[in-house]
Design a binder for this molecule. Structure first.
Ligand SMILES: [Mg+2]
Length: 119
């Protein structure tokens, strides 16, 4: 299975999970955007108060928790895109093209400056 087919299968599983529970009624774009923020905060919480070194050397349990929160973010992102008719893979490709224009490699390489500050 190629990556695009795998992604489509995952999207179908997320939608089936939601449909089996009749949760679409709660999944308006506002609620889903909020859910993405909440799950992102849960992901961030896993790193709260850790040093950079500690954050890069997670225990097995910590990595499992980070993995689960990452999945939660992705699941709600898939639901949001479904609610709004957004093709997420197309959106990522388009955004990468926009970012390529904003951050040309020859000017952005090795710097964390915002595109408006690049020389
Ligand atoms: Mg969570």
């Amino acid at each position: 299975m190629n990556e695009q087919d795998r992604f489509s299968t995952i999207v179908d599983k997320v939608i089936q999970f939601r449909e089996a529970r009749d949760w679409k009624q709660f999944h308006d774009p506002k609620n889903l955007s909020e859910a993405i923020c909440v799950e992102s905060a849960e992901l961030l919480e896993r790193f709260l108060w850790k040093t950079r070194a500690e954050a890069e050397d997670l225990s097995e349990a910590e990595l499992r928790a980070v993995t689960e929160e990452s999945a939660d973010v992705m699941i709600f992102l898939i639901c949001l895109c479904d609610a709004l008719g957004i093709d997420l893979l197309d959106a990522v490709e388009t955004k990468l093209q926009l970012n390529e224009a904003k951050y040309p490699a020859d000017r952005a390489r090795g710097t964390a400056k915002k595109y408006t500050e690049l020389e």
